[in-house]
Design a binder for this molecule. Sequence first.
Ligand SMILES: *Cc1c(COP(=O)(O)O)cnc(C)c1O
Length: 461
Amino acid sequence: MERKVPYKTYLTEQELPRQWYNVRADMKTDHRPILHPGTLKPVTPADMTPIFCEKLVGQELNAADRFIDIPEVVRDFYKMYRPSPLVRAYCLEKALDTPAKIYYKYEGGNTSGSHKLNSAIAQAYYAKEQGLKGVTTETGAGQWGTALSMACGYFGLDLKVFMVKGSAEQKPYRKAVMETYDASVIPSPSDTTEVGRRMLAEFPGTSGSLGTAISEAVEKATTTEGYRYVLGSVLNQVLLHQSIIGLETKAALEKLDEYPDILIGCAGGGSNLGGLMAPFMADKLTGKQAPHFIAVEPASCPSLTRGRFAYDFCDTGKVTPLAKMYTLGCGFIPAPNHAGGLRYHGMSPILSQLYHDGFLDEARSVTQTKVFEAAKLFAKVEGTLPAPESAHAIRVAIDEAIRCKEAGEAKTIVFGLTGTGYFDMAAYMSYHDGSMTDYIPTDEDLAQGFSYIPKLPGIQE
Ligand SMILES: *Cc1c(COP(=O)(O)O)cnc(C)c1O
């Protein structure tokens, strides 16, 4: 049978976007300013440049420019693995017997295995351009550290990755990939920083946490000549770089004469969803189209569905600035979950504001076993093994397609398939042997997390 729409739609190299899109320029209400943790005043570029690269600080604070040029060197790097394919999920549609049309944008085709490389290469470029010797970062599950290793390796920039100790021990292959690109991987807590030494003295044998790893990476960057700190999600600059996903998706859909009725993405810190959604959000903000946006998060870490919209610290150690965002409290420790990339207490300030204002229409939380049920079906019928994070979006895409079947509606559903599952086979094993559990925090658990949100009279309301 001949298909009207090909299985895969690629843009040509020439059609690869030349500019990123900054959704902030079109937002009706900008997110509230990021506050300095000491003075509680909006952060200035001077506050930020000792920690972050100069050009990236400029992008972080830029609410005016709608489009920002992608440097030619970054665009050339993109050409090695982009444009990424937009795939029509014919086999999934058939398996579900749905009249809905399902498309997914696949970001798992590069060696690091996820969309994070889109921002890593940009951040490494600006660090190199500034003449820095190197950068530091933290990694939990390992995707960001891997992506950044590739980017820094490309520019010959030194990289120190503080990897949560438990994760480093569980995922030795991640470490091996990072070392292939010449990154130094330091299990956190480590004896190379003051914070790390303090943690080791206080909690000998600890398996570490993302909060501690962030504090170590920031300390290392600010106390080492020629180094800065970089971060792979949550920040405005990261959403800006990830807009490449949405811009390509929109251009490919235009070729097919399609437009999404429903657009779905998983949300950890919000960067892939923010990027996928960006140009479609532009249409919504300017009244041209009204796609329905859905953010999907784990039931074990429900920042949008059950969190508070408040000023909170971005890390557990309270060394970072405060952002007004949906948060479970900076001291909230989510229950272990195999979607490591979605275990963050807060949410991007941009996405938080869009959700608060009703432009990001809906957030849904899903349990782990339901997610893996969807992942397995998807792997079987579409042939691609998804990352556990990505499978959150698959779960809701399937649920929506089934709803279309019941209602007899041929809606167009587009979702982001952010990564490959090859590094997550322990998670699949736990699903197969029945040891996977579904932990949903109680209201009391959440109340305990909320108690970490700072009171800040006069600022918090
Ligand atoms: C990190 C990660 C996510 C979640 O991060 P966002 O910033 O919310 O996009 C999702 N999927 C994969 C594969 C990841 O590595």
